[in-house]
Design a protein around this ligand. Structure first.
Ligand code: FES
Ligand code: FE2
Length: 424
C-alpha cells in the first residue's frame, strides 16, 4: 500500500497517449542516414548527461565526455560554476585533453601551445604577432550550455537550449525525493556493444522479456502489475519487487530470492513467520528502519519505493533503476559513425548517510561485449543485443512489432519523431 508522503514522488498513473500500432521501421536502428538525422536534429538539441559533479570538486578540475563524434571538456571554473566546452583547439583542431579526468590551472594545447583560461577565453598565443590577421579574443574554446542536477553535470549542444529543469520535467520532481546528490559512485564501466543505442534502451524499457530471458526473476518480482507512465518526453515504469510473479507456479512460496531480499533488508528469513505476501511489506518496513537508523532521511519516499524498482527513462539515453538506497544507472551513447555499435555506460550509486566519507571513487573501466560478466541479469540482457542487431539487418526483417507491455519503446520513437520533424 502506498502511503502519502510530503513532496513525494508522484504515484498516480499518467494519462495514456494514443500511440498507434504500426511497425517501427527497422531502418531506425540500422541506417547511417537515419543515424545522421538523429545526430543533427536530436542529439545536438537535447540535454545530455556528461558525468558526476563530485568528480570535479575543486576549481580547475575537469573531465572529458565523449558523445558520438564529439568530445567535451567539463571544467569547474569557479566553486559554483561548471562549464562545458567542445574539446577542440580553435587553432588547428587538436584535442585539448585526452579522454579522462584531471586538474588544470589553465588549458594549454599540446600542439603549438595556445593557452586558455578555465572560462575558455584566450590566455596566451605563442608568436601572436605572426598571425597577421590577428587572433581575436573570440579565439576561445567553444562553449555549450551546461548545468547541474542531481549531482550530475549536463550539457546541450543547442546554444538556444531550454533550461535543464524544463527539459527534465516532470522527472526532476519525481526523482528529487531520492536526493541523488547524496549518492556516491561505487562502480563505473563502459561496454562496447555491437548494437544500436536504441536496441539497448529498448532492452531495459520493457519487462515482457522477463519471462523469456530472466525466468529466475519470476521468483522475486511482479512482471505483470507494472504501472507504465508516458510523459511528454520521458517515461517510467514501476516494478514491484519482493513478491513472486503471477506467472510463478507457487504463489505461496517464500522463494530463495525473496529470502535473500529479506536478509539484505535486515530480516532473518529463518525466524520470519509470514507468508509470501507478507515479505514485501516486511522488507519495506525493515528498509525504512535501517535507513533511519543510519540517519538517512527517506521520509519523502513512499513504501513502494523502499522495495520496488522505480525505473525511469530520461530521453534519449538515460536509464535509472532506482531503489531505496542505491540506483543502477545506464547511459546509452551512439557510436561516432556506425549505427550497429554503441557505448553502454553502467554505474552503481549508493546513498551516503549524512557526513559519511564516501568510498574511494572506483576507476573507470572499459570492455568489449562479453569480456566481463555484468552479473547474471545483465549478462542475460546483453547476450541478445548483438544478435538482435544482426537480425534487424536481415532483409527478411521489416520492423519492430510492439505490444502494449512494450509501449515505452513506441513512446520513445514518438518523442524521437518530434525532434526529427521539428523545424530547424
Ligand atoms: S592546434 Fe592547438 S595550438 Fe595549434
Ligand atoms: Fe532484462
Amino acid at each position: 500500500m502506498t502511503t502519502t508522503t510530503r513532496q513525494g514522488t508522484p504515484t498516480e498513473k499518467a494519462h495514456e497517449p494514443i500511440l498507434g500500432t504500426e511497425l517501427i521501421p527497422k531502418e531506425r536502428y540500422t541506417s547511417t542516414e537515419y543515424m545522421a538525422l538523429e545526430w543533427e536534429r536530436m542529439w545536438t538539441k537535447v540535454w545530455n548527461m556528461a558525468g558526476r559533479e563530485s568528480d570535479i570538486p575543486n576549481v580547475g578540475d575537469y573531465f572529458t565526455t565523449e558523445l558520438g563524434p564529439e568530445s567535451f571538456l567539463i571544467v569547474r571554473e569557479a566553486p559554483d560554476k561548471v562549464r562545458a566546452f567542445y574539446n577542440v583547439c580553435p587553432h588547428r583542431g587538436n584535442q585539448i585533453r585526452n579522454a579522462g579526468m584531471g586538474h588544470a590551472e589553465s588549458f594549454q594545447c599540446a600542439y603549438h601551445f595556445f593557452e586558455f583560461n578555465l572560462d575558455g577565453s584566450k590566455k596566451f598565443v605563442p608568436d601572436e604577432d605572426t598571425f597577421t590577421q590577428g587572433v581575436p579574443q573570440e579565439t576561445a574554446l567553444a562553449e555549450v550550455p551546461c548545468d547541474t542536477w542531481g549531482g550530475f553535470v549536463w550539457f546541450n549542444m543547442n546554444p538556444d537550449a531550454e533550461p535543464l529543469t524544463e527539459f527534465l520535467d516532470p522527472l526532476a520532481r519525481h526523482l528529487d525525493p531520492y536526493h541523488f546528490e547524496d549518492y556516491a559512485i561505487v562502480q563505473d564501466m563502459t561496454l562496447e556493444w555491437d548494437c544500436n543505442w536504441k536496441t539497448s534502451v529498448d532492452a531495459f524499457n520493457e519487462v515482457y522479456h522477463v519471462q523469456g530471458i530472466h525466468p529466475q526473476l519470476l521468483e522475486s518480482l511482479d512482471d505483470i502489475h507494472v504501472q507504465i507512465d508516458l510523459y511528454e518526453r520521458h517515461n517510467r515504469y514501476l516494478v514491484p519487487f519482493g513478491l513472486v510473479s503471477p506467472r510463478y507456479q507457487n504463489q505461496d512460496e517464500v522463494t530463495e530470492p525473496l529470502r535473500e531480499f529479506m536478509t539484505a533488508s535486515g530480516i532473518d528469513p529463518e525466524s520470519f513467520a509470514g507468508g509470501m505476501a507478507d515479505v514485501r511489506p516486511a522488507m519495506q518496513a525493515a528498509t525504512r528502519a535501517s535507513a533511519e537508523a543510519q540517519g538517512i532521511d527517506v521520509s519523502e519516499l513512499n513504501d513502494d519505493q523502499l522495495s520496488d524498482d522505480y525505473h525511469y527513462y530520461i530521453f534519449p539515453s538515460l536509464t535509472f533503476n532506482t531503489t531505496a538506497l542505491s540506483f543502477l544507472f545506464f547511459r546509452q551513447r551512439p557510436h561516432a559513425t556506425d549505427p550497429n555499435k554503441m557505448l553502454f555506460d553502467m554505474q552503481t550509486y549508493l546513498r551516503m548517510p549524512p557526513g559519511a566519507e564516501p568510498p574511494p571513487r572506483p576507476p573507470h573501466t572499459r570492455y568489449k561485449h562479453g569480456e566481463v560478466s555484468l552479473g547474471l541479469v545483465l549478462d542475460q540482457d546483453s547476450y541478445n543485443l548483438p544478435r538482435v542487431q544482426k537480425g534487424m539487418n536481415s532483409r527478411a526483417y521489416k520492423g519492430l512489432l510492439i505490444n502494449y507491455r512494450e509501449r515505452r519503446i513506441r513512446h520513445m520513437h514518438k518523442v524521437l519523431d518530434g525532434y526529427l520533424e521539428a523545424a530547424r
